[in-house]
Design a protein around this ligand. Structure first.
Ligand SMILES: *Cc1c(COP(=O)(O)O)cnc(C)c1O
Length: 388
């Protein structure tokens, strides 16, 4: 069913055979994007056919890379609720506030979507061992999908990573190595394993298919809104896979005839302690310079340099969106407000969306009646130490 045709470099446009394992573009080192025969996919991927399919990520199989359904691993990812939150909306002064509750994914975060598809496709293409440098949710998600099919998994984390993240990976059968250093040092250890043992690394945007998994959030919430576009999407941005993925999804959905040319304004929210995208957006730069001394309780947002920086900035600007930084204290405050008004226990990353929404309303960038979707990207359970 997959209508995958080729991989295309997001920067230089070079194209590659999608039936082989790839990381970044061999010519220029930038992310590769999966391309599909969308005219062919449009014959079966319609609003009517989707209405008949079971929930979950694999219902979009025409525009996902796995060829043989036997390799489509599933632990129950996707199909998460989009909730119109009346009490939260009232507290924020915006009655049309919706939250996409990604805490309900396997391993408690939306990282499951990306790693579901990346691990499935790597398995289909013959990868024998997987590796990842991660200080948080990505490692747990990779460990889960690797465990589901018995692929050995190697996780490298900084040794100050909170225990729930490493315990989760170990319990899911991964080999966990704690490194006295930063995430960049973990990346170096993964590269050694790639060279010495032929591991396949699934670092964010350094292989093409995590993006494909995360883009399903875009297909999903627009359908949940009855094929309406919201005015604004607010997204907590680290590596930017979800934001770039949803922007890609909208273009595909238009080509498929599922939507028209309307787009939401896309907002990136980051932490004041690590805001390279916000700074680059404000300076009008095409690329984001490395953020020195990155520090935030929101581990998913502690990404000082993102390989897909130019793709994030393009999506923000083309959509008429913006980028904003909020403090860690505000994230904790809004996690409490979200919890008490909706019953969703969010990690600080998702709560950052609400802080951003409040600021943007106060500045007049948002109007009170606008329809906003906040992405609650991960559960607070692995972050419980932050409240102690
Ligand atoms: C990884 C992560 C993010 C950032 O996601 P990107 O798509 O890489 O920008 C946000 N929230 C949580 C909970 C995460 O784990």
């Amino acid at each position: 069913m997959a209508m995958l045709t080729h991989l295309e470099c997001s920067a230089c446009g070079a194209t590659y055979d999608p039936e082989r394992l790839h990381t970044v573009c061999p010519a220029c080192g930038k992310p590769l994007l999966a391309r599909y025969d969308l005219a062919g996919a449009a014959r079966t991927l319609t609003r009517a056919s989707l209405a008949q399919r079971p929930p979950g990520l694999w219902r979009y199989s025409e525009v996902l890379p796995v060829r043989n359904p036997d390799y489509a691993i599933s632990l129950g990812e996707g199909g998460t609720p989009l909730r119109h939150t009346h009490r939260l909306g009232e507290a924020l002064g915006m009655p049309n506030t919706y939250v996409k509750d990604e805490t309900l994914n396997p391993t408690g975060s939306f990282k499951a979507r990306g790693l579901c598809v990346a691990v499935s496709r790597a398995w289909e293409l013959g990868a024998r061992e997987l590796a990842i440098p991660s200080a948080g949710n990505a490692a747990g998600a990779m460990s889960a999908y690797a465990a589901a099919v018995g692929l050995p998994a190697h996780v490298f984390m900084p040794d100050d990573t909170p225990a729930p993240f490493s315990v989760e990976c170990r319990t899911l059968g991964a080999n966990v190595t704690l490194i006295d250093g930063l995430i960049t040092d973990c990346g170096a250890r993964v590269r050694q394993g790639v060279e010495a043992h032929g591991w396949f690394a699934v670092s964010t945007l350094k292989e093409p298919y995590r993006l494909e998994g995360k883009k399903t959030m875009g297909y999903e919430f627009v359908e949940q809104l009855g094929w309406r576009m919201p005015d604004v999407i607010i997204y907590p941005t680290g590596g930017g896979t979800g934001l770039v993925g949803m922007w890609k999804a909208f273009a595909e959905m238009e080509a498929l005839g599922l939507i028209g040319s309307e787009r939401p304004r896309m907002v990136s929210v980051q932490s004041e302690g690590c805001a390279p995208i916000v700074r680059a957006f404000q300076e009008g730069s095409e690329h984001a310079a490395m953020w020195q001394g990155a520090a935030t309780v929101a581990s998913g947002l502690r990404v000082p340099a993102a390989i897909g920086d130019f793709l994030i900035l393009q999506a923000l600007r083309q959509s008429g969106g913006t980028a904003i930084a909020v403090s860690d204290a505000e994230m904790m405050h809004y996690a409490d407000l979200l919890g008490a008004t909706t019953g969703v226990f969010s990690s600080p990353e998702g709560a950052a969306c609400l802080a951003a929404q409040k600021h943007l309303l106060a500045e007049g960038w948002l109007q009170p009646e606008e329809l906003v979707v906040d992405f609650i990207t991960g559960s607070g359970l692995k972050y419980a130490h932050l409240w102690q």
